[in-house]
Write a protein that binds this ligand. Structure first.
Ligand code: ADP
Length: 197
């Protein structure tokens, strides 16, 4: 039975770090739209050129582009055993499109783990990352805008998944290992339930 997982949470919550570890442990691919877009930009593809200024401004790439990207990615064979999504969906329209795509292949999200972090701590982490990794969208202005966009467009997804009874919150304020252990607990419970049904 494929295991489809989603990590939700504000920029800076550690979605990418945690998704990578989970992907390795569960043998499922991590699908990060942020990584895919940055790869497209680095490779100077048509998509990359189109989205570069959008990422630099901290705005969202149009839903249609992102949904097409995910549709193609979910069609690849390595996702047959499931996947862990990080950074997608980011809008209600994207969440609805994902539900449809998964339903079309007779699948559904097993659980949505929300990494919970105060905005203050998230901003503090992003500013730290800006110095270390030099991601071009980790500037103070862009960070402010990404937080606004998160609040307006992505935060409503919590209620969307809560209404579907698949949302579980995890405190993302601790060390990487602590957060990882908390996510593991959630996933083990889900796996036991899925395996038993
Ligand atoms: P973070 O979670 O730190 O903001 P990401 O790597 O997930 O970083 O995303 C970086 C940028 O890529 C976003 O600010 C946005 O411009 C774009 N992006 C990534 N995923 C999506 C998505 N699902 N829909 C729209 N834009 C996206």
């Amino acid at each position: 039975m494929p295991l489809d997982l989603l990590l939700l949470g504000p920029p800076g919550a550690g979605k990418g770090t945690q998704a990578k570890r989970i992907a390795g442990e569960y043998g499922i691919p991590q699908i990060s739209t942020g990584d895919m877009l940055r790869a497209a930009i680095a490779a100077r593809t048509e998509l990359g050129l189109r989205v570069e200024p959008i990422l630099a401004a901290g705005e969202l790439v149009p839903d249609a582009l992102i949904v097409a990207l995910i549709r193609e990615r979910l069609g690849e064979r390595d996702t047959a055993s499931g996947c862990i999504l990080d950074g997608f969906p980011r809008t209600i329209a994207q969440a609805e499109a994902l539900d449809e795509m998964l339903a079309g292949i007779d699948r559904r999200l097993a659980v949505v783990v929300e990494l919970q972090l105060t905005e203050e701590e998230a901003v503090r982490r992003l500013l730290g990352r800006a110095e270390q990794e030099g991601r071009t969208d980790d500037t103070p202005e862009t960070i402010r805008r990404r937080m606004e966009v998160y609040r307006e467009q992505t935060e409503p997804l919590s209620a969307y998944y809560l209404a579907r009874s698949i949302l579980v919150g995890v405190d993302a304020g601790g060390q990487i290992g602590e957060v990882h252990a908390a996510i593991e607990d959630v996933l083990e419970r889900v796996r036991a339930r899925e395996g038993g049904s």
